[in-house]
Design a binder for this molecule. Structure first.
Ligand SMILES: Cc1cc2nc3c(=O)[nH]c(=O)nc-3n(C[C@H](O)[C@H](O)[C@H](O)COP(=O)(O)OP(=O)(O)OC[C@H]3O[C@@H](n4cnc5c(N)ncnc54)[C@H](O)[C@@H]3O)c2cc1C
Length: 382
């Protein structure tokens, strides 16, 4: 079998590996970024200088540096896997990125930011989510001149409940991160092509030479759309990651299966592996794991498992001394999700409790079982 895979990120490279190693397929992987695969979550550590670039990069035996503009270019393959990932979501006042306005999602962005840091340019980071926090941390760590502008009243406030967002915001401010809350950016101010500042809705201009846009991401679906494949937010696929086009699949950040978009490293790997078995004809049903995420805000870890959205009710515990929290999300007293700040969480234990439909009272009594490294963690008593 000859398989074409578009994208060599976590999803595409995993599909390629399983097809090649388990099934002996003939695989071609195409990437517009370059033939090397790298760990996207590790970009910030490369920028900080705490991880060597060589550690996060891997050569794929079957990858080529080539942009696929149309699926018609891939006639003759037995199957096509679209693993095009996601692209930055830019607001309408930022129509383009160039030398003075960049994103931070690709390997080339690391080199660009490095040049900016070394040139001692004054930076503004726009966007209060995970990516904005990562870039602010990088610039802080590198002692760069920067200001982080957050649209909301706290860090990651569009996902976190108010208390957790405030906890993390206080923690980051306490460590000296320079952030401006409720900063509603309306334009980037330029003299010619040179950037001189960022204008806020209040009229204030924040002076800078360089802007890093961290305003979110959306699935990369243009290639599928050009091929006439149905798309919604992502590329619509069934529970086996099949699109409506014969022998054409989509996995990872770009794919929208029946249970919804899951733009995480872990999901991209699991979907990439599964679709390889589907193509080889050996797959059993894909069992999507409960949604889970984790992130670090200047050493303060945040974990979430299960449903943590506003449609749930929640029970909240906060430890002001150690700046940490636990929130148990429930529907009518039955656990549906858990999120913690400053408490390292064992995902499997929480998943088990959610599957068993444990009550919040039950879980409070045995929460110590879900704490990783309890011997190094001040006791959590809910
Ligand atoms: C800075 C950063 C930090 C992150 N940190 C975390 C984290 O801590 N935890 C976590 O779970 N997730 C994290 N993520 C998200 C995670 O990286 C993604 O969910 C994951 O990489 C998705 O993998 P993928 O293979 O679907 O897509 P991608 O990794 O985006 O790979 C898609 C590839 O396809 C290429 N491509 C697109 N179109 C074409 C075309 N037409 N022709 C050829 N090539 C094409 C793209 O250029 C890209 O190289 C982070 C993302 C970023 C940007």
């Amino acid at each position: 079998m000859r398989i074409a895979i578009i994208g060599n990120g976590r999803a595409g490279s995993t599909t390629a590996r399983v097809l090649r190693e388990t099934y002996g397929c003939d695989v071609d992987v195409f990437s517009d970024e370059g033939a090397l695969h790298y760990s996207r979550p590790a970009l910030m550590y490369v920028s900080m200088g705490t991880v060597d670039a060589s550690v996060v990069v891997a050569a794929l035996p079957d990858a080529q540096h080539r942009t696929i503009g149309s699926l018609d270019e891939l006639d003759g393959y037995d199957a096509i896997v679209i693993a095009t990932g996601s692209i930055p979501a830019l607001p309408n006042w930022c129509a383009m990125v160039d030398e003075h306005v960049q994103c931070y999602t690709q390997w080339s962005d690391v080199a660009h930011l490095e040049h900016v840091i070394v040139s001692k340019k004054r930076c503004v980071v726009i966007g209060g989510g995970l990516l904005g926090a990562e870039v602010a941390e990088v610039l802080h760590h590198r002692s760069a001149h920067y200001q982080w502008l957050l649209h909301d009243g706290g860090v990651f406030a569009d996902v976190l409940p108010r208390e957790e967002s405030e906890l993390i915001t206080r923690h980051m401010q306490g460590d000296g991160i320079r952030m401006a809350l409720n900063a509603d950016v309306v334009s980037i101010v330029r003299e010619g092509i040179r950037v001189t500042g960022v204008q806020l809705h209040s009229g204030e201009i924040v002076p800078c030479d360089h802007v890093i846009m961290a305003t979110g991401a959306r699935p990369s679906i243009a290639l599928a759309q050009r091929a006439g494949i149905p798309t919604d937010v992502g590329i619509v696929v069934d529970a086996s990651f099949r699109t409506s086009r014969p022998n054409t699949y989509a996995v990872g950040d770009c794919a929208q299966p029946p249970w919804g978009l899951r733009a995480t490293w872990h999901d991209a790997r699991a979907q990439g592996e599964h679709v390889a078995h589907v193509i080889a004809g050996t797959a059993s049903a894909y069992l999507p794991q409960l949604p889970s995420m984790q992130a670090k805000f200047l050493r303060k870890e945040w974990y979430s498992v299960g449903a943590i959205d506003a449609s749930t009710s929640s029970w909240y515990w906060e430890d002001p001394v150690h700046q940490r929290s636990v929130r148990l999300h429930h529907i009518d007293g039955t656990l549906v999700g858990v999120q913690t700040v400053g408490v390292r969480l064992n995902r499997e234990v929480c998943e088990e409790w959610i599957r068993q439909a444990r009550t919040v009272d039950d879980v409070r009594g045995m929460f110590a079982h879900a704490v990783v490294d309890p011997e190094f963690t001040p006791k959590v008593t809910l």
